[in-house]
Write a protein that binds this ligand. Structure first.
Ligand code: NAD
Length: 347
């Protein structure tokens, strides 16, 4: 794994004017601000989304748009996708009975860059199909959420041939702050799901610890002061603390508005679970975390931050002995409308 975090001397690839057209497909929560940053940096972007309202929003944000995905991809040097799932990606690449696919229509040698979060298998299948059609391929899923997409501070986990990095890096540097080349095709997706499996599991156990602390009469601040400087230290506590007060920018201070929604954590843990099963890893915590977030996302966790899992744990613990309240009294400003800092958004 190569850490290619941008430095002032790292931008050795083509300047925006020489980079050629970028077809940017998928202008949703993440794609729109990412495409807007490319436009602002001087890149020639042709955006498209299957949802007309998303195309309208992109145009309003100053992103040039095309009439269709194929129009956007015509003559493009790079086709960048930011889709909900691998099924969307493969359908767009391969087409269907009534619609030609992007791979068949693009100019030979086009670089297909997928930034969606999908399974490792789907990612490798997409790369194999792109290569078989005479193109090049890279996967570069992101972490950092919508706030990171807007600020251009995403982390990109890249699976690509070394030879394609000079073309990729300047582009990713516009949209991200940290870029790690993890290996060949699919390696970016692999790194992303491994990381998010740790994130999901550590948020659950951190939340369990805070509820246990409440039951034992500990204040949130006292427990935070210990965990954040002791061996239990983790991002789930120090940056996305599941109780209000100790970390003012964490979603707990704004009634668990995301941040990183429980539904997205459930999706990523589902991808991790599929990988655990297909590789035969004897994991117990990852699958348990996946089941817990599936349950959370089926209810209010669909739209709440993934750290809101603590409210489920607290409710399920309500019948136990010696409850010390709901844990919010005297522990900081619940409902504070703080906006998350760039590095406080998971996913
Ligand atoms: P989203 O649903 O808001 O956007 C996806 C867009 O893709 C939609 O607007 C959809 O209409 C469009 N689309 C689907 N098929 C298309 C096609 N064939 N052509 C053109 N457009 C098409 O999702 P999002 O929140 O932007 O997330 C995108 C990806 O990024 C997902 O894979 C997600 O897991 C990942 N991700 C999201 C976050 C986050 O915080 N939202 C964080 C990290 C990673």
């Amino acid at each position: 794994m190569t850490d290619t975090t941008p430095t002032p001397s790292a931008a050795t690839g083509p300047a925006p004017a020489k980079a050629g057209r970028i077809a940017f497909l998928g202008l949703g929560h993440m794609g729109l601000p990412m495409a807007a940053n490319l436009v602002a940096a001087g890149y020639d972007v042709a955006g498209y989304d299957v949802v007309p309202a998303a195309v309208d929003a992109a145009r309003a944000a100053g992103i040039p748009t095309a009439e269709s995905a194929l129009d956007a991809a015509a003559g493009a040097r790079i086709v960048l996708t930011m889709f909900p799932s691998g099924a969307h990606l493969l359908r767009a690449y391969l087409g269907g009975p009534a619609e030609p696919g992007l791979l068949a229509q693009a100019d030979p040698g086009t670089l297909f860059l997928d930034c969606s979060t999908i399974t490792v298998e789907e990612s490798r299948e997409a790369a194999d199909a792109a290569l078989a059609a005479g193109h090049r391929s890279a996967d570069a899923p992101v972490s950092g959420g919508v706030v990171g997409a807007e600020a251009g501070t995403l982390t990109f986990m890249v699976g690509a041939d070394e030879a394609d990095l000079p073309q990729l890096m300047p582009l990713l540097e516009v949209m991200g702050r940290k870029i790690v080349h993890c290996g060949g095709h699919g390696a970016g997706q692999a790194a992303k799901i491994c990381n998010n499996m740790i994130l999901g599991a550590s948020m659950i156990v951190s939340s369990e610890a805070f509820v246990l602390g409440e039951k034992l009469g500990l204040s949130h601040q006292a427990l935070f002061d210990v965990i954040s400087t002791a061996s239990g230290q983790c991002w789930a506590v120090t940056t996305n603390c599941p109780v209000p007060g100790p970390v003012p920018t964490s979603p707990a201070n704004r009634d668990y508005r995301p941040g990183f929604a429980g539904a997205l954590m459930a999706k990523d843990l589902g991808l991790a679970l599929a990988a655990l099963q297909s590789t035969g890893v004897a994991a117990e915590i990852g699958p348990a975390a996946a089941a817990i977030y599936q349950r959370y996302a089926a209810g209010e966790g669909a739209t709440r931050d993934f750290s809101g899992i603590i409210t489920d744990i607290r409710h399920a613990s309500a019948g136990g002995p010696a409850a010390a309240g709901d844990g919010t009294a005297g522990d900081g400003p619940a409902g504070d409308d703080a906006v998350a800092a760039d590095d406080s958004v998971g996913g």
